[in-house]
Ligand binder design. Structure first.
Ligand code: R5P
Length: 296
């Protein structure tokens, strides 16, 4: 029977996975040395067992990534026959290519490190770009989709004539998928990001949304800038309610407060990053992926 090896960033999701899969959770100890370095020890004999390391990598990303690598290494040293790395939020995936000359290709560094330390496969959730999966050259890397679960939650809110809006044309397929599942309509806005300053601008668009519920969906909310721009545009057309839904709620720089100030009434995210907005669990979706990997 495989064992779950819990990382410090995903305690709730690990418990939920344990419930769905009926797997035991291994005892792991973590410490931080006075100088800030992380220490990880698996306190159980994992000989002959498949270890499923569960560690998301939200802020502080660099520390979370190091703990992930330590957990994989420690599981193998404890005798695990193989390690499945479950990394619900895979940090650095937005640096999926070199945008400006001489930039580091951060997502490829992460993939290489996970492979090098000895994981046999990886499961993540709504990876920002499929290019990142291609950087795993030696092991199988899967990205599962949380939008059906998000759509189920949205449907339970009793939406009125919903419009599901993508704040970026590139992510319109996600909005279309959610719209279909909540029996609504889909639309998109067009945004541009300044590669030097990171500033986001969104083109104005007239939308037929008077007295309708508008759900703005994105894979990630970080500073909230993308959703704030969309919410400001939407607000001009008198919607009934604006809801923001994402898979990974990072919420840097007071993002939640900014969203509320821009007219968003409710923010929904998943437990890929555990916070007060993670109302949707990805446990079942991840459990299905683990099952597929174990079955080969
Ligand atoms: C970008 O391509 C992503 O899909 C998100 O739209 C972006 O990461 C959101 O970032 P922020 O909340 O800082 O605008």
């Amino acid at each position: 029977m495989p064992l779950l090896v819990p990382g410090p960033s995903s305690p709730l999701l690990t418990q939920r996975l344990a419930g769905v899969c009926n797997y035991k959770v291994a005892k792991v100890s973590y410490r931080v040395f006075p100088d800030g370095e992380s220490y990880v020890r698996v306190e159980e004999d994992l000989r002959g067992k498949v270890a499923i390391v569960v560690q998301s990598c939200p802020p502080p990303q660099d520390k979370r990534v190091m703990e992930l690598l330590q957990l994989i290494d420690a599981s193998l040293r404890a005798g695990a026959s193989k390690v499945i790395a479950v990394v619900p939020y895979l940090a650095y995936s937005r640096q999926d290519k070199v945008f400006l000359p001489h930039e580091a290709l951060s997502s490829k560094i992460i993939a290489k490190a996970i492979e090098a330390v000895g994981a046999s496969s990886l499961v993540t959730v709504n990876v920002h770009s499929n290019l990142v999966l291609g950087y795993f050259e030696k092991i199988r890397a899967l990205s599962v989709d949380a939008f059906p679960e998000i759509a189920d939650y949205l449907a339970s809110l009793g939406l009125k004539d919903p419009l599901v809006l993508s704040p970026d044309k590139k992510r319109y397929p996600d909005a279309r998928k959610v719209a279909e599942l909540v029996d609504g309509e889909a639309a998109f806005l067009e945004k541009k990001r300044d590669l030097e300053t990171g500033e986001v601008t969104t083109e104005e668009k007239a939308l037929a949304i008077e007295d309708r519920d508008v759900v703005i969906v994105d894979d990630i909310i970080s500073t909230g800038g993308t959703i704030v721009n969309a919410a400001k545009i939407v607000s001009k057309s008198n919607p009934r309610r604006i809801i923001a839904a994402c898979v990974h709620g990072l919420y840097a720089a007071n993002a939640l407060e900014k969203l509320m100030a821009a007219g968003v009434k409710e923010v929904i995210s998943t437990d890929t990053i555990e916070s007060k907005t993670s109302k949707v669990t990805v446990a079942k979706t991840i459990a299905d992926a683990i099952k597929r990997l174990l079955e080969g």
